[in-house]
Design a binder for this molecule. Sequence first.
Ligand code: GLC
Length: 446
Amino acid sequence: MGNRSLAAGRRKVGHQAVPKWLGLAVAGLVAAGAPGCAEKTPKPDEPTPVRLVTWRPNQPEVWDEVFARFEARNPDLKVVREVGPHSTTAFHALLTQKLKNQSPDVDVFLMDVIWPPEFGSAGWALPLDERFPPEERAQFLPGAILANTYEGRLYGVPLYLASGMLYYRKDLLAQHGFEPPETWEEMVAQAAAIVARGTEAGEELHGFSGQFKQYEGLVCDMLEFILSRGGHAVDPRTGRSALAEEPALEAVRFVRDRIIGGAAPRGVLTYAEPESLDLFVQGKAVFHRNWPYAWEVANNPEKSRVEGRVGLSVLPRFPQGESTATLGGWQVGVSRFSRNADAAWRLVSYLTSFETQKLLAIRAGLAPTRRAVYEDPEVLAAQPHLGAMAEVFATAYPRPRTPVYPAVSNVLQRYFSTAIADRSSDLDHLAREASAEVDRILDLAR
Ligand code: GLC
């Protein structure tokens, strides 16, 4: 009863939402045969729009070129881009709202590597198994295909991969006779020595910058500390939260006490990827944690003051653990509510093609998901780090693969953010609370 009246109420609101004058104005335009009404009588030679929802890119000029190439090869189609926020968390909110509304304004969307189980189980993403047969899938890295698979069906095609890496100022390390640090402790000590000398010389220099704002990037960075201490957020062996266990606690304590306001300025508590990279490319940080695209930006003289002085290494670890990078990356999906799935698929195919992945690798430093791109001599010549880091990409650690990942992540984001922002935080208590909340969410999904 309550439901029905709510639905009726909505319909009514929907009706009233179009003011009378607007209806009249539209009628007037139709009568006058205005150009705005082209949709009613499409000209045969006009390209069909394919609507893509995407985030604000790090390297817009490269993406402009990708879409221009697509349109040149597909003159019957036109890509209409809706550019959302840069942050994956904010972009998720925008995109899922559209999909919940079954909006026909979305044909194709970019999907973070953590979303396919959610989008598959919610019925938002079209299963692509028939369009993307096993022979074609075999061209891709298996981990990337796995990330797009939920309950045996495939919901996205992998566009590029990412994994956390340590960027450093090779000139500054060399001046001090340092090798890239193996442990977090060593990184903090090297940073302190280099910063002390820089500060004497009157420079603004910090030891480290990374992503510690309350959003998905914080989860990625914190997982790298926790995993490299042998801990887990969700233990894959038990499927339960391990946040309140000693390895995870110790890693979080290290970030709170030694990184925030220590090696890194307190300001990193508000930094996502762009802000943290800015500090590094301005020459104001010795070490920097970021994804592969930062290599191109840091070495691009138009965007960076430290080009040619940047080194790249695997992330440090704790003495008891192994270096571990979080697996990131983006996929392309087709909306279940698209009215033009064939055109949508043509865009997906082009975006994930060898040609596009090669362009993205060479021009944007993005790590391909197709195996063959890693062997391409032009790619390796332009971006040697992609070959050198291929092993890190292949072994990067996936975040929990569950349709309730966004809810789990939300708890993690709040926990990490509160825990690291204040040195007097009661870590045991906060971790136990977050753990119980994560387990409750995971139980609901079982
Ligand atoms: C990058 C990664 C993505 C991750 C995000 C966090 O975009 O590719 O997987 O979730 O950063 O900020």
